[in-house]
Design a binder for this molecule. Structure first.
Ligand SMILES: [Zn+2]
Length: 284
């Protein structure tokens, strides 16, 4: 949490507020969130325009006309919110960006403090050599079928673990991995090399469909996640398996099961996502 659809929603909600704003000042309230780049880079931002904000994997990136890019990772509980300067500052506010001529400011609020901020030169971000971006796989929302097949085709690890590996594909976390696998009717424990070409294609399609639908419903707010206006998302009402242990499967009525894969809770329907049948069908 937050995963690709949540960060995309944050970025889209902040875009009209942030672009064209001139940075007046910044406040690093908690130095622990400062993860990367020279802290003096932040001084270069003063008086400069923000030209855009976008997303890569689970990262939010803010381009400043100084030639620097601010990188935010919300991790578990981070929020990036555009609020009135006059509104009370939440206790867990870690970083603030102030602007010229507006009544609002951008606050990075993070109770658990796993999130971080970095400031890098544009070139490092474009070439993806900045440590925050280095080694990231293609973005899950835009990965092409050819790329996808090349990355996953010959792997032997379990499907769930592969979907969570940001070096292979960027943006999917625990919630959407379970939702995608259920929608593709694939068991999370299935070794990747058991999949037929048709199943791979279905998985690729379900990745896109699920993430796009979650963006349409502005992300999943189970606990902490809020968009850039501090509003909850609505996709939690459309989750089919995640967090629904012992509840009826929306397709077959069987009880949703929960197991642990790689230390993460995994929800699936034992009937719709059978492990054995899929292995058999592969061997036909
Ligand atoms: Zn089912």
């Amino acid at each position: 949490m937050p995963e690709l659809p949540e960060v995309e929603t944050v970025v889209r909600s902040l875009f009209p507020c942030l672009t064209g704003q001139k940075i007046a000042d910044y406040q690093v309230i908690d130095a622990k969130v400062w993860r990367g780049g020279n802290l003096f880079f932040l001084d270069n931002l003063k008086g400069k325009l923000i030209t855009k904000i976008w997303r890569r994997g689970k990262l939010a990136l803010i381009q400043v006309a100084s030639g620097e890019i601010l990188i935010f990772h919300l991790k578990m509980t981070g929020r990036l919110i555009w609020v009135s300067k006059a509104s009370p500052c939440p206790k867990h506010t870690r970083f603030i960006l102030n602007f010229q001529e507006v009544e609002e400011e951008l606050r990075f609020v993070d109770p658990r403090r796993f999130g971080f901020i970095a400031c890098r030169r544009s070139k490092e971000v474009e070439k993806e050599t900045a440590p925050e971006l280095a080694g990231l796989g293609p973005d899950a929302l835009t990965v092409s079928w050819e790329e996808f097949k090349k990355i996953f085709g010959q792997r032997t690890a379990r499907l769930k673990s592969l979907l969570l590996d940001q070096r292979l594909i960027a943006g999917i976390g625990n919630i959407y991995a379970d939702e995608i696998l259920f929608r593709a009717r694939l068991n999370p424990l299935l070794p990747a090399n058991y999949l037929s070409e048709k199943e791979w294609q279905l998985l690729w399609q379900k990745i896109k469909e699920t993430l796009q639908e979650a963006i349409k419903y502005r992300g999943t707010s189970i606990r902490d996640y809020r968009d850039g206006a501090n509003q909850k998302g609505n996709f939690q009402d459309r989750l089919l398996v995640y967090g629904r242990e012992q509840q009826a499967c929306p397709v077959c009525g069987q009880k949703i099961a929960r197991s642990r894969i790689g230390g993460r809770s995994t929800y699936f329907c034992p009937k719709c996502q059978k492990l054995l049948n899929q292995k058999k069908s592969r061997n036909k």
